[in-house]
Design a protein around this ligand. Structure first.
Ligand code: IPM
Ligand code: MN
Length: 355
């Protein structure tokens, strides 16, 4: 009997549906070889639905995602919706609702993929960012006084709880242990955020005591940005707060070859996780069959791993590597192949591994 996995597809806006389609093609076409049976359910959350019905995440959406083993997201963001509404109302809302407290973002340069860093290759750029995904500056704590006047005051507080920091740092060390990684680096700003990041630092070294075989390191976020460019080989696992994690993972996406390849997971190890390509909805490439689906297929590989299918996940990654080498570029419109041809190629490569 094959293992049944229910996946909710939140294809979303712009090029989201095109990349999700390719990920589904790869999974549907290969599932038999891995003893898995996917049951996909579609969800229409996104900018178009918001414009037409004014709904963001509804109770029905939540139920659908709750009934799924995981969610695969394409992209959220619509040119006709004011920035912030969909991001807050859908993406951040779901991360919170499902307590997806880890944002896991691998920064791995595949062989044959171009990086803007001179003299650096796949052996240098291979690390994982573990981003806290529920609080910090994203907690939504703050407000206005005297709104719209010249006396206006706006605050936005960074919330840092022992509970959330501890589970995040613990996850980073467990991840290192289970994935044969040797070092965990805390990325913070203890010289300025003398309360919040002092707490992070204390918890970091406290948790580290339980992992004597894993090396620890610390870097201020600004210095880490510098070293990610100059000495990316220093990093193995980086653990950091929500805001810094947001920023350094865009830098990470660039050094690993761009948004065409960067994938991530919003993870609740005991609940419903949501996987996504890091790039946006790319309105100008929508429906042109030119967007790169590799990031979304990579997100699907992360999802499959989280659902317990390690070998399957690894094989999809290998198929992505083989496909990436054959593309002229990873950028939309410059791949030398269409979106659907790239999806076909990944699937064929995956199937040929099982022959
Ligand atoms: C990301 C995005 C989101 C974030 C935005 C769209 C709210 O940039 O997933 O990194 O800041 O977390
Ligand atoms: Mn971001």
């Amino acid at each position: 009997m094959s293992k049944k996995l229910n996946i909710a597809l939140l294809a979303g806006d712009g090029t989201g549906p095109e990349v999700v389609r390719e990920a589904v093609k790869v999974l549907e076409g290969s599932q038999k070889n891995y003893g898995v049976e996917f049951n996909f359910s579609e969800n229409d959350l996104g900018g178009d639905r918001y414009i037409n019905t004014k709904t963001l995440v509804t109770e029905k959406d939540i139920q659908q995602f709750k009934n799924a083993d995981a969610v695969l997201l394409g992209a959220i963001g619509h040119p006709d919706v004011k920035p912030g509404i969909l991001e807050q109302g859908i993406l951040l809302k779901l991360r919170k609702e499902f307590d997806q407290y880890i944002n896991l973002r691998p920064v791995i340069l595949y062989p044959g993929v171009e990086t803007p860093l001179a003299n650096k290759g796949p052996e240098d750029i291979n690390f994982i960012v573990v981003r806290e995904n529920t609080e910090g500056l994203y907690a939504g704590a703050g407000g206005y006084i005297h709104y719209g006047t010249k006396n206006e005051v706006a605050t936005q507080e960074s919330i840092n709880t022992y509970f959330a920091i501890h589970r995040c740092i613990k996850y980073a060390f467990e991840y290192a242990k289970n994935n044969n990684r040797k070092k965990v680096t805390l990325c913070a700003k203890t010289n300025v955020l003398t309360y919040a990041h002092d707490l992070w630092e204390r918890i970091f070294y406290q948790v580290a005591e339980d992992y004597p075989d894993i090396e620890t390191d610390y870097g201020h976020v600004d210095a880490i940005c510098m070293w990610m460019v100059k000495n990316p080989e220093w990093f193995d696992v980086i653990v950091t707060d929500n805001m810094f994690g947001d920023i350094i993972t865009d830098l990470g996406a660039m050094i690993q070859g761009g948004m065409g390849i960067a994938a991530g997971g919003n993870i609740n190890p005991d609940g419903t996780s949501m996987f996504e390509p890091i790039g946006g909805s790319a309105p100008k490439y929508t429906n042109k069959n030119v967007i790169n689906p590799l990031a979304c297929i990579g997100a699907a590989a992360m999802m499959v791993k989280e659902l317990g299918e390690e070998k399957y996940s690894k094989d999809i990654d290998d198929a992505i590597v083989e496909t990436a080498i054959s593309l002229e570029s990873l950028s939309a419109g410059k791949m030398g192949m269409s979106t659907s041809e790239v999806g076909d190629m990944v699937l064929n490569s995956l199937l040929s591994q099982n022959e």
